[in-house]
Design a protein around this ligand. Structure first.
Ligand SMILES: [Zn+2]
Length: 312
């Protein structure tokens, strides 16, 4: 575990302690507990600090058990391919928005592409589609979909040879130990008008996190950074990015339905009246947010006032 004294989202601070947890499962085996959540006073992003560095993160995500049938947060056994496929409806929304806003040229790169479902939903968009995925099983499945595959971790990526039309970080960016460093580099990889899709960022200011506090179901040592929508904009706007679309995925995910929504409301009501047993909060709209940003095309002419008389 590493201590970073500044905010790993905006680079400022100071950081204020919020909650402390005992890590469980593989995170505990890797020596990642107890873990502590801090909130940045400058931007509002929450973060695990001390945090798992790149070596621990790579061990965690390279673990074979991540690519076996496992229990999801609702205790349902699902295989990795089923896990990806269950997000098809949700990802389809993102693919349609990307198709609509893609600039005229450039490749589309998905970092942490998994089995390549989102890229494949872009269809024949006339672009090179690059899936960056370190795991061999997932990379093979992405290659089977006809994608160009790069076996690499996000932090080890070299800059692309030509500007990208779109960079996708779907359920990836918040797993990086230093998302601030990655974004500072990757923003330069995009062409003017290029798109940045940040998918599945956990919002610590959402209703469930506010009500359930430390029992919020998505707090985990390998969910390393939790930017609020304001914190996302605070970091991306000065880089010249404008928000194009925003989603709070729920009903199109495997965790959302009318009956589950009602159950979550019931559990939350019992929590508010102090009658709920101590259990993790349920999935709910707004727990995670997906953002589509576009790098502005700047057409600014700087007019220089000519001096009345030349000094020469
Ligand atoms: Zn910050």
């Amino acid at each position: 575990m590493r201590l970073t004294p500044i905010c790993r989202w905006c680079g400022q601070g100071p950081l204020r302690p919020r909650y402390s947890f005992a890590a469980s499962g593989l995170a505990a085996e890797l020596g990642c507990g107890p873990f502590h959540l801090h909130a940045c006073q400058a931007c509002g992003a929450w973060q695990v600090n001390p945090h798992p560095g790149p070596e621990a993160a790579k061990k965690f995500f390279a673990s074979p058990e991540r690519w076996q049938t496992s229990l999801d947060p609702d205790n349902r056994p699902v295989s990795p391919l089923e896990r990806a496929e269950s997000r098809r409806q949700e990802y389809w929304q993102y693919a349609k928005a990307l198709q609509k806003w893609l600039p005229e040229s450039g490749a589309v790169m998905d970092v942490g592409a998994g089995v390549g479902l989102l890229l494949s939903l872009l269809g024949d968009c006339g672009r090179t589609k690059v899936a960056v995925e370190p795991n061999g099983f997932a990379a093979d499945k992405a290659a089977d979909r006809g994608l160009v595959v790069l076996r690499s971790w996000a932090e080890d990526l070299a800059a692309p040879k030509s500007p990208l039309a779109a960079l996708i970080m779907n359920q990836t960016l918040d797993h990086l130990p230093r998302p601030d460093i990655f974004l500072t580099q990757a923003r330069n990889w995009l062409a003017p008008g290029g798109l940045l899709l940040l998918g599945g960022l956990i919002n610590p200011s959402c209703l469930m996190a506010r009500i359930h506090g430390p029992s919020f179901r998505l707090f985990h040592p390998f969910h390393q950074v939790y930017p609020t929508p304001k914190a996302v904009d605070k970091v991306l706007a000065p880089y010249g990015f404008e928000l194009v679309a925003l989603w709070r995925p729920y009903f199109r995910t495997p965790y959302g339905s009318a009956s589950k929504f009602a159950e979550a409301l019931g559990q939350t009501f019992l929590k508010l009246v102090h009658l709920a047993p101590d259990q993790p909060s349920r999935a709910f709209p707004g727990n995670t947010v997906t953002y589509l940003y576009r790098k502005k095309i700047l057409y600014r002419t700087i007019k220089v006032k000519e001096p009345a008389h030349s000094s020469i």
